[in-house]
Each structure stands twice: as structure tokens, then as C-alpha cells.
Design a binder for this molecule. Structure first.
Ligand code: CA
Length: 239
């Protein structure tokens, strides 16, 4: 089933959003909230239709349920990432879902738990992700990400022109996180990036390095939550 919604009048930042969700009530709610926020949702219930629909209409963002008839969300996400950077938000039934991690490693930009289900939260996250992806595709708009400057060879970084005075590990963490603003990196993924620096870095050490990194960023007047902890998953840089 495909439903395209068209409106005669749309705000300038209206986004075309592909909602792949097989629970009709959930899909209808999401669609209503997205439309109320000025977007154009298109709903699909069958996983097999997701990639062809995106290829045909190149939506601005995809809300992708994990468990779908026909084809699961992870598989769809994996295929989309072979040819597109479209922002993908995974919808998961439970916060504990182990597959969630795998979804993030496959290149989803965010995940949202459906229990408790908060369409308002989903719309807010969609807005934040769209804003970041627009900054990414129009770097001339000097968004918050532009406040950060990184000197790869010198292992130095500046925020709003202020030197951050980072340890090599903090530098690596910041470089990794800021390479994909808005994308969540698991602790394991971050540890992989630290491999050359120090073989004995543990999960907990990652947390404490992040804490120091945040403190240094705040001293340079970055937003206090520019590096956000995503409970049970890892961290993301919001710029
Ligand atoms: Ca489902």
C-alpha cells in the first residue's frame, strides 16, 4: 500500500519523509504528526517496497521500522547505505533490542524506541536530523559544525578559534565523532578508532575520555551536550 500526500501549500523546509512501518495505527499517527509539522509523509508497510520507493522518489529522510514483513529494517538500511547518505532513523519496538546496535553500525543516523511511543519526540528528532543534514549538504551555511576545526597531522583542534589542548585519545574521539555529526558511535566502534593509540583502552576509559573532552569543549563555549551519551549505545556529536 502506498499513500502519497500532496499539499497545495508547504513551508520552505518541508521534507519528504518515507515512513516504513507495518503497524497501521503507528503509521497513521506518525503520518499525522509529520504532516502537522509541515512535512510530506509517504507510508509503506512492506519492507520489500522501501528501496524501490526511495530510488524512485529520493525522499529527504527515512523512518524505518526494524521488524517488517517482507524484508527487515537492517537489511533495508544496509542496502540504502550502499548508494545513499539519506538520513535514516530506525524505529525499534524495545529499547533493549540488541539488533539496534547492529543497525547503528550499518549507518543509521539515529534510533527511536516505540515504547513509550512519543510522536512528538520523533518529530523533534526528525527536525534535528534534517537540520544537520542540510548543514552537511550546504557547508556554506556555516552551521554549528563549522565551529570545530581539526588539524589531522598536528593532532590539534580548535572550537570557535580556541585551542582545545587535547590528548591524542581525546583528539581521536573528537575526530571520529565529528566526522559524522548526528551519527551514534558505539563504544566498540570508538575503541576501534583508538586502536593505534592505545591497545588497553576499556569501555569505561572511553567514558572518562569523553567526559574530559566534553569539559574541554565546554571551556571553549561549545554547547554542554554537543557530545551526547545515548543510553546503552554510545555517543554522538551534535555540533
Ligand atoms: Ca513492525
Amino acid at each position: 500500500m502506498t499513500v502519497m500526500d500532496n499539499k497545495p501549500w508547504l513551508p520552505a523546509d518541508a521534507a519528504r519523509i518515507l515512513v516504513v512501518e507495518d503497524e497501521p495505527k503507528m503509521a497513521a499517527l506518525l503520518s499525522d504528526y509529520l504532516r502537522a509539522a509541515g512535512h510530506l509523509p509517504e507510508c509503506l508497510a512492506d519492507g520489500r517496497e522501501a528501496v524501490p520507493a526511495y530510488q524512485a522518489r529520493r525522499h529527504d529522510l527515512i523512518l524505518l521500522d526494524l521488524m517488517l514483513p517482507g524484508r527487515d529494517g537492517l537489511d533495508i538500511c544496509r542496502e540504502l547505505r550502499t548508494f545513499s547518505d539519506v538520513p535514516i532513523v530506525m524505529l525499534t519496538a524495545r529499547v533493549e533490542e540488541a539488533d539496534r546496535l547492529l543497525g547503528l553500525e550499518l549507518g543509521a543516523d539515529d534510533y527511536i524506541s516505540k515504547t513509550p511511543f512519543s510522536p512528538r519526540e520523533i518529530v523533534a528528532r526528525v527536525k534535528a536530523i534534517l537540520r544537520r543534514s542540510r548543514v552537511r549538504s550546504h557547508p556554506g551555511d556555516a552551521g554549528p559544525a563549522a565551529a570545530l576545526q581539526i588539524d589531522d597531522e598536528g593532532y590539534r583542534a580548535w572550537f570557535k578559534g580556541r585551542s582545545l589542548d587535547l590528548t591524542p585519545i581525546e583528539f581521536r574521539l573528537l575526530k571520529t565523532l565529528s566526522s559524522a555529526p548526528g551519527r551514534v558511535f558505539s563504544r566498540d566502534a570508538l575503541l576501534d578508532r583508538l586502536h593505534d593509540e592505545q591497545r588497553a583502552v576499556t569501555d569505561r576509559a572511553v567514558d572518562s575520555h569523553i567526559k574530559n573532552l566534553r569539559r574541554k569543549l565546554e571551556q571553549a563555549e561549545a554547547e554542554p551536550d554537543c557530545i551526547r551519551a545515548i543510553y546503552g549505545v554510545g555517543y554522538r556529536y551534535d555540533g
